[in-house]
Design a protein. Structure first.
Length: 82
């Protein structure tokens, strides 16, 4: 199963917030506050995902057999999907 990216999480979260506003379950002020929080969380999540990917890629580079060179683009596609 593919890991959810920060962008996917951000979009899903914003759509949920929009649904709450449309239903009237949260006020416009709460919506604005929550958007700021969601954006901050997405930035933190993106940073963590980038660091995690980089660490794993570097480990894989060092573990690769020199006869079979490491392909970063292929590794990214295998890890995060297209």
């Amino acid at each position: 199963m593919k890991k959810q990216t920060a962008v996917e999480w951000l979009i899903e979260s914003l759509e949920k917030l929009e649904g709450h506003v449309e239903k009237g379950t949260i006020s416009l002020d709460d919506y604005i506050f929550n958007i700021k929080w969601v954006k901050d969380q997405a930035k933190v999540m993106e940073n963590a995902q980038t660091l995690d990917f980089t660490r794993k890629a570097v480990r894989k580079i060092f573990d690769e057999d020199r006869q079979n060179p490491f392909n970063l683009e292929q590794y990214y596609t295998e890890t995060h999907g297209k």
